[in-house]
Design a protein around this ligand. Structure first.
Ligand SMILES: [Zn+2]
Length: 250
């Protein structure tokens, strides 16, 4: 992925500055120390006033923008954390639709007995061909370049949900809750403050997606067995969708 994006950067430079004759992009990998140069971009041209400096500057900016380079930073006392530097832009993404990519109505779900695909309509819990149960066979793949940072909260990861692209999310305006960094068990840990969502419920994320999916299938009533967040979140999001949600306390 990173090498493909580096080729894309080179192609973009060539298309913008035809005077550039040679391009070299080097990204160092492996164990590196602070202050160590990690990226080198070289552009050559017959004359220095033909945009070659601008081309190199464009290349480094674009590299930081679209080339997925993840690094593990290690402190002197052994503490470590991961950092990703992907900031997708319209030029970085291609239109993506899981259904179109796979040609399936609900990609990844098949009858565990006969292998039949999940139907386009309704919410069957058994296969109409053989009576078998459905199950996930192929997990959805996370693709960092498909993350839509312009979307709120969990919807930036929509490409992994298997929802039709035209479907509007059922939402209460949640998401983007803050991270609270703390020291715990000798590590630096980020706590996600999901209780700050409008519903004050920690199962907000999964309920947005499941309620949106149920709505897409024409479901107007739902029942959940729960003694806490799952049931309360079902009631909240079902109401938002204009449907009925009931909670059976267990
Ligand atoms: Zn079957």
């Amino acid at each position: 992925m990173a090498e493909a994006k580096m080729h894309q950067v080179a192609d973009e430079i060539r298309s913008r500055w035809p005077s550039v004759e040679g391009i070299a992009i080097v990204q160092r990998v492996g164990r590196l120390f602070p202050q160590t140069p990690t990226v080198l971009i070289v552009c050559t041209a017959a004359h220095r006033d033909t945009g070659v400096f601008e081309a190199a500057r464009y290349g480094i900016d674009r590299l930081k923008e679209i080339v997925p380079v993840w690094k593990k930073e290690v402190s002197p006392d052994g503490e470590f954390w991961w950092k990703a530097n992907i900031f997708p832009s319209p030029g970085n993404k291609k239109p993506f639709c899981l259904q179109a990519e796979t040609g399936m109505s609900f990609p990844g779900v098949f009858c565990s007995n006969c292998g039949g695909a999940y139907p386009k309509d309704g919410v069957p819990y058994r296969c109409s061909n053989c009576g078998g149960l459905y199950d996930f066979r192929d997990g959805y793949q996370f693709d960092p370049t498909q993350v839509e940072r312009s979307q709120p909260g969990i919807w930036r990861f929509r490409h992994t949900f298997g929802l039709p692209p035209y479907l509007a999310p059922v939402t209460l305006g949640e998401g983007d809750t803050p991270l609270l960094w703390v020291e715990a068990l000798g590590r630096r840990v980020a706590l996600k403050c999901e209780f700050l969502n409008p519903s004050a419920l920690l199962k907000t994320a999964v309920r947005q997606v499941s309620t949106t999916w149920l709505k897409s299938r024409g479901v107007t009533e739902a029942v959940e067995d729960s003694s806490g967040n799952a049931g309360a979140s079902l009631a909240a999001y079902a109401a938002r969708a204009g449907n009925q949600g009931a909670n059976i306390y267990t």
